[in-house]
Design a binder for this molecule. Structure first.
Ligand code: MLT
Ligand code: MN
Ligand code: ZN
Length: 399
């Protein structure tokens, strides 16, 4: 199973079409703030079956950006078999309208509350019926359902009762906001996808404790962020989002999860973390928490067969830097750095030397031989280089 982020911004995206704040302005003009589409992810198995987690208004661009979704024949067959919704917010459901072009049935899984919103308040259910075949499946909280032709199993964990503004009159209190726990089957560890989290509950903590990776609500850095910018009179918590910083914030709770990879998504355009050189990034890095990037593969189960699989034959692998990734020398700090679309990574001498040799021609053995001749004092053992480059490959920086 593979878990990949499609979009990592909150509603409006980065830049938001009508926003001239410093984050949006920088994202428009160049480097320093990455462009982000609205939150969503995908899980799949062998590449022929995928399930979307949320359907953002940016879904079309997200689908076009991922090769695995490209139809392989002259038919209109798509490998997207399911859509699982974490809530009914417009930034997570407006993309459902794009399903109207579907030529084969797509199954949409959502809780009773979310289905009610999509039936009565934003009646996309009735609208789509005139265009295509959607199978609506009611998710029962806590009961897993298999998706993507059995490649993954999804369990909705209740995290909140905030309903979307447009659905104020839809009855019911349960099942409005869920975290989705994704795994491959009984007893396996997995990924917790939780883009909207109003509070750190015992149930959420229990789910996180059984996962290798938590993709978490990174909407707001601080509780008063929207008040400070004059955009709202409500705090992050009042808007249904646990802020990252501060007492009882996401950072504190995620940091306490030992051995779990934590990645933030659903970043609002007010969030200072969007600036690549923000001091808030250093605080996160210190805590070992990552800022997600659109298109990032965040988790592969050991048996994953689809791209990018971990079943690489390292002996035959000829590593090269991924598209958009390059090496540079930071003359101010006097260090080599790897520049990826979202990250600037400081490299030690050995890592920089190995990466400089990733030209798509040399195999790992060749790189080791070259390192030995350049640095007589450095061991450059095959396994060290392979594991270093393997880690960079997992991050998507080397292919
Ligand atoms: C949220 O994440 O809180 C919602 O998407 C807010 C909104 O866009 O109305
Ligand atoms: Mn949202
Ligand atoms: Zn902005």
């Amino acid at each position: 199973m593979i878990f990949r982020l499609l979009g990592t911004a909150a509603g409006g995206g980065v830049p938001q079409w009508n926003c001239g704040c410093s984050r949006c302005a920088t994202a428009r003009t160049g480097s320093g703030v990455s462009v982000r589409t609205q939150d969503g992810a995908v899980v799949g198995g062998d590449g022929n079956a995928w399930a979307l987690l949320n359907a953002s208004p940016d879904l079309r661009a997200q689908l076009l950006a991922f090769d695995a979704f490209a139809p392989t024949t002259a038919t209109r067959k798509s490998p997207i078999l399911d859509v699982v919704l974490s809530d009914a917010e417009l930034d997570h459901v407006a993309g459902l309208l794009l399903l109207r072009e579907a030529a084969s049935a797509v199954r949409v899984h959502a809780t009773a509350a979310v289905l009610a919103a999509l039936t009565h308040a934003f009646p996309v259910r009735g609208v789509l019926e005139a265009y295509t075949m959607i199978l609506w499946n009611e998710l029962t909280l806590g009961t897993p359902v298999y998706v993507a032709d059995g490649a993954a199993r999804v369990t909705a964990i209740p995290v909140g009762s905030k309903r979307p503004r447009y659905a104020a009159d839809v009855p019911g209190v349960d099942g409005w906001v869920s975290a989705l726990r994704i795994d491959t089957g009984v007893g396996t560890r997995g990924v917790l996808y939780a883009p909207c989290v109003p509070e750190w509950s015992p149930q959420l903590a229990a789910a996180a404790a059984t996962c290798d990776c938590v993709v978490f609500d990174g909407t707001f850095w601080s509780d008063d962020e929207m008040i400070g910018s004059g955009w709202s009179s409500r705090t992050a918590r009042e808007m249904g989002h646990l802020p990252i910083a501060g007492s009882d914030g996401a950072l504190e709770h995620l940091h306490a999860l030992s051995g779990t990879r934590c990645i933030l998504t659903h970043l609002n355009n007010s969030n200072p973390l969007l600036h690549h050189d923000a001091p808030e990034r250093d605080v996160l890095e210190e805590a070992g928490i990552e800022v997600g990037v659109d298109g990032q593969v965040v988790w592969c189960s050991p048996d994953a067969a689809g791209p990018p699989a971990r079943t690489h034959d390292d002996d035959a692998w000829r590593p090269k830097l991924a598209r958009g990734v390059r090496l540079a020398y930071d003359s101010v700090r006097g260090v080599d750095v790897l520049l990826a679309p979202e990250n600037v990574v400081r490299l030690n001498v050995a890592a920089a030397a190995a990466l400089q040799r990733c030209d798509g021609v040399r195999r790992i053995d060749d790189i080791v031989v070259s390192l030995r001749s350049a640095f007589a004092h450095v061991g450059g053992a095959h396994d060290d280089v392979a594991s270093l480059l393997g880690r960079f490959r997992e991050r998507g920086w080397v292919t």
